[in-house]
Design a protein around this ligand. Structure first.
Ligand SMILES: O=C(O)CCC(=O)C(=O)O
Ligand SMILES: [Fe+2]
Length: 284
């Protein structure tokens, strides 16, 4: 087995391991340790079945079945099929998942701590995933902004990203917004948090999932969000994951900003996604 760091600021990669190796608790521990220390771990060439993916996820925590039943894997409800492919003219999964910079489910009170993707059918020339470390983003904040945000909370919201779907047909924009606000009320989180595993401070909040920083006026919010967007998307600090078949990618949701990029026209991309919640042994 080989392990190497992908960039100085985020990511480690494991090669030369197979599913059998992950039956050994120390190999799972090693993977988790990489995720904790490097925010993101990539295992290349892991040829696993959907059942084995869920099995592996359940050694890390508690896989959480996806909310929308029709996009769950038919045999493995813990897997959400994230795909632009169609079969018999029907979508096989959810298209355009996470195609903007975000931290997974930050608009929820207690987001699942890890996300795991398995590359089932992945093009090499598009559909990459971009990653940035929230620890690195905090470090690069100018001191005056660190002082300005110290001790503050922010309101997270999904309303900027909510899509209109069948259940919303016939609603006015105002009614649609009211419904979303009722289903997903804004959630308050500390803006600067400390990673319990490494003790390092990180910035919790991506502009697309942020309503406002508590106590900031509209100008301060706009200025802060623009600064955050620049820091998160700085090409010098972004890792572009170019998928190869059977990549397994696991990240810490709190400390990882990421964005899915466009898939070129006429090309199918399917990844199997498992959201991993806390369980007793990994409660942090
Ligand atoms: O499919 C991808 O590239 C990542 C999408 C995403 O944001 C996620 O699955 O959380
Ligand atoms: Fe995501």
């Amino acid at each position: 087995m080989q392990i190497k760091e992908i960039t100085p600021f985020i990511g480690s990669e494991m090669t030369g391991v197979g599913y059998e190796d992950f039956r050994r608790p120390e190999v799972v521990e090693q993977l988790l340790d990489l995720v904790h220390r490097r925010e993101l771990a990539v295992v290349r060439g892991l040829d696993i079945t959907p059942g084995q993916q869920v099995e592996l996820a359940s050694r890390i925590g508690r896989p959480v079945p996806f909310l929308m039943a029709k996009y769950r894997h038919p045999e493995q409800p813990e897997i959400m099929i994230s795909s632009n492919a169609r079969k018999a003219n029907r979508p096989v999964g959810v298209a355009r998942v996470g195609n903007f910079w975000h931290q997974d489910s930050s608009y929820m009170k207690d987001p699942a701590p890890f996300t795991m993707l398995h590359g089932v059918q992945v093009p090499s020339t598009s559909g990459h995933t971009l990653y940035a470390s929230a620890i690195d983003v905090y470090e690069r904040l100018p001191q005056e902004w660190k002082d300005k945000i110290a001790g503050r909370t922010a309101l997270h919201t999904v309303t900027k990203r909510q899509r209109i779907s069948a259940e919303h047909v016939g609603l006015s924009i105002a009614e649609f917004k009211a419904l979303v606000a009722e289903e997903h009320p804004p959630t308050e989180h500390a803006l600067v948090q400390e990673d319990p595993y490494t003790g390092r401070p990180f910035l919790y909040g991506a502009p697309e999932y942020l309503d406002s920083v508590t106590g900031f006026d509209a100008n301060e919010n706009a200025e802060f969000f623009a600064l955050l967007d620049r820091l998160i998307q700085d090409p010098e600090h972004v890792y572009t994951h170019r998928w190869t078949t059977n990549d397994l990618v696991v990240w810490k949701t709190a400390t990882t900003y990421h964005a899915a990029t466009e898939v070129e026209p006429g090309v199918d991309r399917t990844v199997h996604r498992v959201s991993i919640g806390r369980d007793g042994s990994w409660a942090a």
